[in-house]
Design a protein. Structure first.
Length: 72
């Protein structure tokens, strides 16, 4: 049985998600905010044709308040 190939956009989607993650992490760091659990959601990557989601993760109430202030 031949191996199934993922659609060509799958690798591009994952690469774009990784680049966006780096951009987001850098922007947050410049604002003095660290989201410790920031990363790619493994569930989206585990699919046959990956559809990555960025998981903002959990953070303290203080961090959430600082993030809200920056976004205002």
């Amino acid at each position: 049985m031949a191996a199934r190939q993922h659609p060509p956009h799958s690798a591009v989607c994952v690469q774009e998600a990784e680049e966006t993650l780096v951009e987001l992490r850098t922007a947050l760091e410049k604002a003095g905010i660290t989201l410790p659990s920031l990363g790619l959601d493994p569930g989206g990557l585990a699919r046959e044709a990956p559809c990555p989601l960025i998981d903002l993760g959990r953070c303290s109430v203080e961090t959430a308040a600082r993030l809200a202030a920056v976004l205002r």
